[in-house]
Design a protein around this ligand. Structure first.
Ligand SMILES: C[S@@+](CC[C@H](N)C(=O)[O-])C[C@H]1O[C@@H](n2cnc3c(N)ncnc32)[C@H](O)[C@@H]1O
Length: 438
């Protein structure tokens, strides 16, 4: 095999299990995407599908199944990491066994100028969550287009489950793609937190668990009730935790949210909502001019890894002083905001107004109400994804106001407690209230 390497200093073989888990979670959607794309290829007799940065092989397996339904074809997995490639190819061969689908593997660096020489001309090139790992993304995409047979399709996906996208989503052919991808490249790796000491990431957070869901109607508006049981030991956390989460969209433009959790053994629980807002409804319009007020006299300073030091300091004289409304961009730090503010009435447990935002161009307003002690202000500095209507969302294209307990509370006894014991209950409430003020 040719000597290849990646450009991102990521230990990819160590991520195989996580990639496979993600593949399992995405399998139903991957299959839908694969069917749709193979359908786009029409009646080509034996289409060639190339999966660049094939990872755990989930999407290649979905293509193999789709091509089997089509009557046959070739799936070519391509990855710079031999261990991943071998494991993924074995898996896809198992899936394709007994069908008219041929499975091949090519060990190659996707940013190589010779890539087109190593791969057969493709009717479809699929590249999911790989382009941002390459040194020059514009060049990489140009290179991927050179892999295509005449009339072939390039399909890029840079997000997760919900944002798998087709080429038009990234606006290929529209002006500005280079700038969008370059901005993403410049910002992406600088801010990756994985590997920093003290940061524990959950391979499959509750945001990815399969919840039971039941819609309901009430005079105030429709809602959705979600329930999940996190078994004892789930991802290292003790206790069988029963979690409930409820959303309700009221006729007066409020999104009501509440969470509830109980346990059968002492554990820690902290939940929030991490919605991204762009009140101009245009991700190309950064939120820098959005006026923001946060009813928070203090904040919890953080160290270089983003973990609170344990102090609580006044916001006065800092960029985090939003006690009077100001544009988000006015004092924006170089790497944006990602900070926990200590709300007025912290510890009261009362539902109260925590923040107010207004977009000056449209007059749209957003209020956050919560019973929580803190709010995380995030200016989406590390955002690099494809959002609604296939629009690219880059740094500062949105802001988040995450009602929450203070980060790292289990290790900071002076912070409001996130310990949950049998017989007790974790409760959380927040509301987003939307309006217009012209
Ligand atoms: C985030 S994973 C995505 C895997 C899969 N496409 C998916 O969406 O689940 C990125 C993959 O790209 C591969 N990769 C990273 N740099 C690469 C490079 N320069 N050339 C080819 N593959 C690369 C990694 O080994 C890994 O398999």
């Amino acid at each position: 095999m040719a000597h290849t390497h990646t450009h991102d200093n990521i230990d990819w073989p160590a991520r195989l299990a996580a990639l496979r888990r993600a593949d399992d979670l995405d399998a139903v959607y991957d299959r839908q995407v694969a069917d749709r794309l193979v359908g786009v290829l029409g009646d080509i007799a034996e289409p060639v599908v190339v999966d660049i940065g094939s990872g755990g092989g989930g999407m290649s397996a979905a293509f193999a199944q789709a091509l089997a339904g089509h009557g046959g074809g070739r799936v070519v997995l391509c990855d710079a990491v031999g261990e991943l490639l071998d494991a993924a190819t074995g898996h896809v061969r198992d899936v394709a066994a007994g069908t008219a689908v041929v499975v091949e593997a090519v060990h190659a660096d996707a940013s190589s100028d010779q890539l087109a020489d190593l791969l057969p001309p493709a009717d479809l090139v699929w590249a999911s969550r790989v382009v941002h790992h390459l040194p020059d993304q514009q060049r990489a995409i140009d290179g991927l287009t050179r892999l295509l047979a005449p009339g072939g399709w390039l399909a890029l996906g840079e997000g997760g489950l919900s944002t798998k996208c087709l080429p038009w989503d990234l606006g290929i052919g529209e002006p500005g793609l280079g700038d969008r991808l370059t901005a993403a490249r410049d910002n992406w790796f600088v801010g990756m937190r994985s590997g920093m000491s003290g940061v524990k990431s959950l391979p499959v957070g509750w945001n990815k668990a399969l919840w039971r869901a039941a819609p309901f109607e009430s005079p105030a508006g429709p809602g959705l009730r979600l329930a999940h049981v996190s078994p004892d030991g789930d991802q290292g956390f003790p206790g069988r935790v029963q979690v409930g989460f409820e959303y309700q969209l009221t006729h007066d433009n409020r999104l009501l949210m509440s969470a509830h959790a109980t346990t059968d053994a002492p554990t820690v629980v902290s939940m929030t909502n991490h919605s991204y807002f762009n009140l101009a409804a245009d991700p190309a319009h950064k939120v820098l001019d959005t006026e923001l007020q946060i009813f928070a006299p203090a904040y919890t300073p953080r160290d270089a890894t983003g973990i609170p030091t344990g102090e609580v300091r006044p916001v006065a004289g800092t960029s985090l002083d939003f006690t009077q409304p100001k544009p988000i961009g006015r004092d924006l730090p170089a790497t944006g905001y990602d900070d926990n503010l200590v709300l007025d009435g912290s510890g009261s447990g009362q539902l109260r107004k925590a923040a107010f935002a207004r977009d000056p161009t449209t007059g749209r307003t957003l209020e956050l109400w919560t019973d929580q002690p803190g709010v995380q202000l995030y200016s989406a500095h590390w955002l690099h994804t494809v959002g609604k209507r296939g629009r690219f969302c880059g740094p500062e294209s949105a802001f988040c106001l995450e009602a929450q307990h203070f980060p790292d509370s289990p290790n900071k006894p002076q912070f409001p407690s996130t310990t949950l014991r049998p017989g007790g209950a974790f409760t959380w409430r927040a509301e987003y209230r939307l309006g217009v003020d012209r």
